[in-house]
Write a protein that binds this ligand. Structure first.
Ligand SMILES: Nc1nc2c(ncn2[C@@H]2O[C@H](COP(=O)(O)OP(=O)(O)O)[C@@H](O)[C@H]2O)c(=O)[nH]1
Ligand SMILES: [Mg+2]
Length: 353
């Protein structure tokens, strides 16, 4: 791996690390497990660090586990807090005791490739300072070259309003976290079960035309009658039926403004992932390497994949949306990945909760 000091404070060569974030249940721990196996098969020395104090059943062996310092269950018991409060408490505690983490990170061999499995509470990234401060300290003191990988459940695509909010969240996270960044639509295989997609997959991965998505939200929204309508004022009417037109107008203006911001930045796009699909994994790994110009074991092979983006998304559309599944092993073998299709499925199979 190529190295080099970043500043006069940094004494160690660069080490590369993915900061894996995303809402609870978006697949972060499963991703860390799969990515560890995948990159190891390409020759990287991959270690996983669990920074999620709510992670009870880890699917991987981790080099450092925040649970050895604090955990959500203990904090809930000791301080009579709910799960969200306890997670925030744990992050603040980790920030105060960041030397604990630093000491352990510095023991990890220099040529390792690190995956940080992070907590799922989005507000920790979007509104709270501790998590950001911890990353800052890591960058400064341990000379990690970080890239954030933000997982969003692909089932959001089935509901235009939810997808717009997921795009806004992704943009918010990108701007707050200020790292090279890759957005991932996870659990692609579940699209089959979540019902029909209003648009093609390419529309979502490319975030190509938010205004069109917005008009689909409006078309599907129930029309609200004017407040003066005698029926609307009856006590049995639901709140949405009594929503005045003025609010609809304000809501529309707000959504328009959101879409303008996302379009204006032109920053948000997604890479699609089904954890059991090795070619998806390779594509995500390739994009993550590109984001930080990683040069190390397997990076050339991944770069050589030469995946044509449009073709690839069409193939995924067929596999996961219009359901033309390849037979086991067909089309999915990657010559340089030493894990067979069968082994890969065993490693990554979704866990029963
Ligand atoms: N079908 C399917 N399930 C997945 C995939 N990735 C993760 N899961 C499942 O989603 C659930 C939540 O995953 P987990 O990694 O614990 O999410 P986290 O809370 O973000 O760490 C688990 O039951 C996983 O097995 C995927 O690509 N497809
Ligand atoms: Mg987890």
């Amino acid at each position: 791996m190529e190295g080099g000091t970043k500043s006069k404070d940094a004494v160690l060569p660069d080490r590369y690390a993915q900061v894996v974030i995303g809402p609870p249940g978006s697949g972060k721990s499963t991703y860390c497990n799969g990515m560890q196996q995948f990159l190891s098969a390409l020759g990287r020395k991959v270690v996983v660090i669990n920074l999620d104090p709510a992670n009870d059943n880890l699917p991987y062996d981790c080099a450092v586990n925040i649970a050895d310092l604090c955990s959500v269950s203990k904090v809930m018991d000791e301080h009579k807090l709910g799960p969200n409060g306890a997670t925030i408490y744990c992050m603040e505690y980790l920030e105060k005791n960041v030397d604990w983490l630093e000491k352990r990170l510095l023991k990890i061999p220099i040529d390792s490739y690190v995956l940080f499995d992070c907590p799922g509470q989005v507000e920790l990234v979007t509104h709270h300072e501790s998590f950001r401060n911890i990353l800052e300290i890591l960058k400064r003191r341990t000379s990690f070259q970080l890239v954030s990988v933000h997982l969003i459940d692909a089932s959001y695509c089935t509901d235009s309003a939810k997808f717009i909010s997921a795009v806004m969240l992704s943009l918010n996270v990108m701007l707050r976290i200020e790292l090279p960044h890759v957005n991932v639509l996870s659990k692609l295989d579940l699209l089959e079960k979540s019902g029909q997609l209003p648009f093609d997959l390419e529309f979502y991965t490319g975030v190509t035309d938010l205004p069109r998505l917005l008009s689909s939200v409006r078309d599907s929204a129930p029309k609200s009658p004017a407040v003066s309508s005698p029926r609307a004022s009856s006590s049995s009417d639901s709140l949405s039926h009594r929503r005045p037109r003025k609010i609809d107008k304000t809501f529309k203006a707000l959504n328009d403004a959101f879409c303008d911001i996302v379009d204006g930045f032109n920053l948000v796009s997604f890479v699609a992932l089904h954890i059991e699909d090795k070619r998806c994994m390779a594509h995500v790994a390739q994009q993550v390497d590109l984001a930080v110009s990683y040069r190390g074991p397997g990076s050339r092979e991944l770069a050589d994949l030469r995946i044509d983006h449009t073709e690839w998304i069409r193939e995924l559309q067929e596999r996961y949306v219009t359901k033309r599944r390849p037979a086991d092993g067909e089309e999915n073998e990657i010559p340089y990945c030493k894990i067979s299709e069968r082994q890969w499925k065993e490693i990554t199979a979704p866990r029963k909760r």
